[in-house]
Each structure stands twice: as structure tokens, then as C-alpha cells.
Design a protein around this ligand. Structure first.
Ligand code: TXA
Ligand code: MG
Length: 347
């Protein structure tokens, strides 16, 4: 299959023109799979009402069929058709955080969406992305769009159209290139089916931001304790992993430098993932600065591109500095720990 790329200039007014988006929307209506940018990462979209279309997503990604998809909408009216949004908390969350990087898990009304979207669960995950391309595309397609991140299953999520092409060229109908995404890590997934909302995946909206608006929020124990089964199906899989083994290395920088040299002595090509503040203090085969430690949102924005770029250097080992688990740092560390397969070295 030839994959079409549509380049869209996000600085122009997309609501009036942009034939590329009309073409991409038509592909979605024809039950083809199209990748598009959101404010978090690129998504791999298909008609959520059609099982053939949704099946193509799983095939293109090589995604396990028990891992349900997030449904993307452009208008809250669309949601009423397939989800129960009667809870007062849900109304507040929608009002405060949509469009934005927050995915709500709600009771699903049967008979509207393909059951492959929800992997047979009686709940559905849904969000309204805060990106002009995503919103305009969904609006023109006029269907709910199921979309996981547009990477091959297990690989770091794509934050640029080139990442999508690298993983999925020839496997999907098209890619809408709207430039790099902003937030850089996926949405926060929160279950709103019980009395107290539960964070199933940390992401772009922080626990602190949620608690400011709705009070107590629990974090699923399965996220932070690798011996506990997570509540969200997707969180049990190894994710975001680069080819080279990755370890998080805790300790002072002199000791980390010594560790790098030890590994290099054995003939290994070693990379270190650090931030702009400390990049000059290391000597390694590759020293990669990902954002600034004093502004963790810049680390989130650059994390997946850093992992993919380090991968291209064909290293034998990658070390990564840890980040404080506050605010968006919680999501950054969650992804980094998964990428490292929970390997931590203390020096
Ligand atoms: O930022 C994002 O959320 C991106 C962009 C494209 O919107 N999408 C994304 O989708 O990260 P994906 O498929 O890579 O991750 C969806 C997560 C998975 O961990 C999945 O298991 C969980 O949401 N999920 C989906 N439906 C669920 C449900 N009904 N109950 C619990 N977890 C669910
Ligand atoms: Mg994903």
C-alpha cells in the first residue's frame, strides 16, 4: 500500500480551506487508517463504528487485540451517542480539561461503536484532542475516530510525522503531517466509573491539576508497583522501548561518568540521556540532552524523539538520568521506567 502524506500548515485557519483534510477525512469515512497529529502524540485513526476499519489499526500496529482504543471526538454531542456521561464529576472534567490531554473511561452504551474498539469491555475511553488538525479532521469526517498512538506496538510513541512514517510507511493509507506535537507524552487516562476517579495512566494532565478541580483522585497501584496488575489493559505491556538496553542510573554525576567509562572499556558504545543543564558534564559516545530539568514539560515534549534518536545511533547501552515524580514528571518517569523495563542502577 502506498502511504499518502498530506502536509498541513497549522498556522493557517484550517476551518475555511485545507483540501488535504477533506481528502484525509474521506479516507476515514471509507474505513481506511489515517495518522494525524494531536497535542500529545500522533494518533492512528479509523472509523470507531466500523469493525473492518478498527481491525486495520490493530493489524498496522501489531497491537494485541485485548488492548482497547481511545475514541476521539470534536464535539461533546458526539459523546452522548455512545457513552454515559451522567456523572457530575465527568461534566466538570469535560468543562475544565477538554479539549486537552485527558482521556475519560466511561460506561459504554452498546450497539454504536465496534466492540473491537473497547476490546469487549463495557467501558469506553474517550477524549477531545486540543489540536486544530485533529479537531478539524474529526469534524469533517463526522464520525468518532478510534486512535491509539501511531507507533508499532512496543515502540516509543511518535511525536513527529517522520516517526509515524518510520514505523508505518506502506502499512496505512495516509499521514497528516502537522509538525511536531506539543505535550509529547500521551494523555492521562482516568476511570470515572466508580465513586472516586482512578488514574489508569499518568499523562499530560497531572494528578495535582485533577485534584484541584474534583478533589480526591487515586492512582492505580498497578502503575507504580510492577508486581501489581494494572487496571488498564495497555499498561501491562512493555512499551516505548528503544532497541539498545536502557537503564535509569541514580547517583551523582561523577559516579555516572565512571560507570559510562567502565562500560566503554568493555568495547561498548554508550549513550547518556540527560538534560541541557548537565550535558557538558558527561563524556560518552552520545550525550543527548532532552529539554531542561527545571522545566519538566520540555523533557516530556522531547522524550520520545530522544529515545528514537538515540536508537538511530546504534548504541550498545543507554543510561538515563531519573526525574522527580511530581507534576508531569510522574508521566515522564512512568514512560522512562517502562522503556527501561524497570532496570535501575544505583551508583
Ligand atoms: O494521548 C493519547 O492518549 C494518544 C493520542 C493519539 O490521543 N493515544 C494513546 O492511545 O495513547 P493508546 O492506544 O496508545 O493508549 C490507550 C490507553 C491504553 O493503555 C489502553 O489500555 C487504555 O488507554 N484504555 C483504552 N480503553 C480503555 C478502557 N475502556 N478501560 C481502561 N483502559 C482503557
Ligand atoms: Mg500507545
Amino acid at each position: 500500500m502506498d502511504t499518502i502524506t498530506w502536509i498541513v500548515d497549522v498556522t493557517t485557519d484550517l476551518s475555511t480551506n485545507c483540501p488535504q483534510l477533506t481528502e484525509a477525512a474521506r479516507m476515514l469515512q471509507n474505513n481506511e487508517v489515517v495518522s494525524f497529529p494531536t497535542e500529545t502524540v500522533y494518533g492512528l485513526g479509523a472509523n470507531a463504528k466500523n469493525t473492518d476499519a478498527v481491525t486495520k489499526i490493530y493489524q498496522a500496529k501489531g497491537r494485541p487485540s485485548d488492548n482497547p482504543l481511545i475514541v476521539h471526538i470534536a464535539d461533546v454531542e458526539q459523546l452522548k451517542e455512545f457513552a454515559d456521561m451522567s456523572s457530575a464529576q465527568v461534566a466538570i472534567l469535560i468543562e475544565r480539561f477538554w479539549p486537552g490531554p485527558l482521556t475519560l473511561v466511561l460506561p459504554c452504551k452498546p450497539g454504536v461503536l465496534s466492540t473491537r474498539v473497547t476490546a469487549g469491555l463495557d467501558t469506553v475511553a474517550v477524549r477531545m484532542p486540543d489540536h486544530p488538525v485533529a479537531l478539524e479532521l474529526i469534524k469533517r469526517a463526522a464520525i468518532p475516530v478510534a486512535a491509539p498512538s501511531a507507533n508499532l506496538s512496543g515502540k516509543p510513541s511518535p511525536t513527529r510525522a517522520e516517526h509515524v512514517a518510520h514505523d508505518l510507511n506502506g502499512r496505512i493509507a495516509g499521514i497528516v503531517d502537522g509538525g511536531p506535537t506539543g505535550v509529547g507524552i500521551e494523555s492521562t487516562v482516568i476511570s470515572c466509573t466508580g465513586d472516586v476517579p482512578v488514574i489508569l495512566r499518568p499523562g499530560g494532565v497531572t494528578k495535582e491539576q485533577l485534584e484541584n478541580v474534583i478533589g480526591q483522585v487515586i492512582i492505580d497501584k498497578g502503575i507504580e508497583n510492577e508486581n501489581e496488575a494494572p487496571l488498564s489493559p495497555g499498561m501491562k505491556y512493555t512499551h516505548y522501548a528503544p532497541e539498545a538496553p536502557l537503564a535509569i542510573v541514580k547517583g551523582n554525576r561523577e559516579n555516572i561518568q565512571r560507570l559510562i567509562e567502565q562500560y566503554q572499556k568493555d568495547g561498548r558504545k554508550v549513550g547518556i540521556l540527560t538534560t541541557e543543564e548537565y550535558a557538558d558534564t558527561y563524556k560518552a559516545d552520545v550525550v543527548w540532552a532532552c529539554g531542561r530539568r527545571d522545566r519538566l514539560e520540555t523533557v516530556a515534549a522531547g522524550l520520545y524523539n530522544s529515545l528514537r534518536s538515540l536508537d538511530e545511533k546504534k548504541l550498545d547501552f543507554i543510561f538515563a538520568e531519573p526525574f522527580p515524580e511530581v507534576g508531569v514528571g510522574r508521566a515522564v518517569m512512568n514512560r522512562l521506567l517502562k522503556a527501561a523495563g524497570h532496570r535501575i542502577i544505583e551508583v
